[in-house]
Design a protein around this ligand. Structure first.
Ligand code: SF4
Length: 358
């Protein structure tokens, strides 16, 4: 879009909120405001900011402060590690930089509590370094206006938005440009109910034209990982004169379809192996044959893309041939033949680690 920077700066000049740290280019005041406003609304953070600059008017007075005093002033803002980091940073700036904030964002980022966002904000607002600041407001404004659909919570997305903002900032005063985009996002192009009808960009805004404002910015859904608790039963039987073991082919449509496993009790939460045995005994009518417990394994953890498996292997010895389960799907095979049947990696791990096939 032509003249994006010109339009948004002109809007900013007329509509910006008058905030004390915007009156000059003091890196200390800009840094202080950025630290206080992380995870805090401007109306709440403003009073804290004023109290801090009143009590600590410069980096030297803050570096000299006691932790107790800083925490007391910070009280109620939450995220207390911000206050702790702020004090460490003040001491670093005084001791290692003689009380002068470095101008280079790469140097600023080395200071405790200053990340890529804050370093770009200080460098551009205080020193006029041409570097874009990309925060939640910027993601929202740029994604909607330019129709950028790359999810913002991916590394590709972050890069794409940074590149777009770097391209747009060229030729404009960096501090003013950055503040203009952030302020426009905070006051106008808000997450909910943006003021589209009176917006200066509405004729060019991709999301408005395509009636898809609420779909921007795009975020990749976090994968929900489910926990599954599996209790496998290795039921051994020597009744027929050979050490036999029961296995079962999986026919259900899942990642293990067509593989073999042992009779299984599954639970959504962790249960005591003895409770799993009780369930198994009742499900497979083991009371009729008599059984003894040979061993209960440690828990095997196994991570899949959407599932975390927690498996325990319980070895039982039955006196007589086990009665078939309702779907008649159990196979009694020689233990040494287990090697011929395809099994999941989890079961393979257990078999190998425990030397089941001797
Ligand atoms: S038209 Fe609406 S969505 Fe587009 S920039 Fe303006 S306020 Fe944001």
């Amino acid at each position: 879009m032509d003249k994006f920077g010109e339009r948004i700066i002109s809007w900013y000049t007329k509509n910006k909120r008058e905030l004390p740290w915007r009156s000059g280019c003091d890196p200390y005041e800009i840094w202080l405001s950025e630290i206080i406003l992380q995870q805090t609304r401007v109306d709440q953070g403003l009073a804290y900011y004023l109290r801090f600059v009143d009590r600590f008017p410069d980096i030297f007075s803050l570096a000299d402060a006691s932790g107790d005093e800083v925490f007391k002033l910070w009280q109620g803002l939450g995220y207390y590690n911000r206050a702790a980091n702020m004090l460490i940073a003040a001491k670093t700036i005084v001791e290692e930089y003689s009380g002068v904030f470095p101008q280079d964002p790469k140097e600023l980022i080395k200071i405790k509590g200053i990340g890529s966002y804050t370093s770009a904000a200080i460098a551009s607002l205080a020193f006029g370094v041409s570097i874009p600041v990309v925060d939640g407001n910027v993601y929202r404004v740029l994604s909607r206006i330019f129709g950028i659909k790359t999810p913002i919570n991916t590394s590709n997305g972050k890069k794409e938005f940074e590149n777009k903002a770097a391209e747009l900032i060229k030729g404009y005063p960096p501090g003013t440009f950055n503040q203009a985009v952030m302020e426009f996002g905070a006051l106008y192009c808000k997450p909910k109910n943006p003021n589209c009808e009176t917006c200066i960009f509405k004729m060019k805004c991709y999301a408005y034209i395509n009636k898809s404002v609420s779909e921007f910015p795009v975020k990749k859904k976090k994968t929900v990982v489910t926990n599954r608790y599996l209790y496998y039963f290795l039921v051994e039987n020597a009744e027929n004169g050979f050490p036999g073991i029961y296995i079962k082919k999986r026919t259900a449509k899942d990642i293990w379809k067509n593989l073999y496993d042992f009779p299984l009790i599954e639970s959504k939460k962790s249960i005591d192996p003895l409770d799993a045995i009780a369930k198994f005994v009742s499900e497979y009518h083991l009371l009729h044959s008599g059984f003894s417990i040979r061993s209960i394994s440690e828990i095997f953890h196994h991570q899949l893309t959407h599932q975390k498996l927690h498996a325990q292997f319980i070895r039982l010895i039955v006196d007589k041939k086990m009665m078939m389960n309702s779907d008649n799907s159990l196979l009694l095979i020689k233990v040494k033949d287990l090697i011929n049947y395809p099994v999941s990696r989890l079961i393979d791990r257990y078999i190998k680690e425990n030397n089941i096939i001797k």
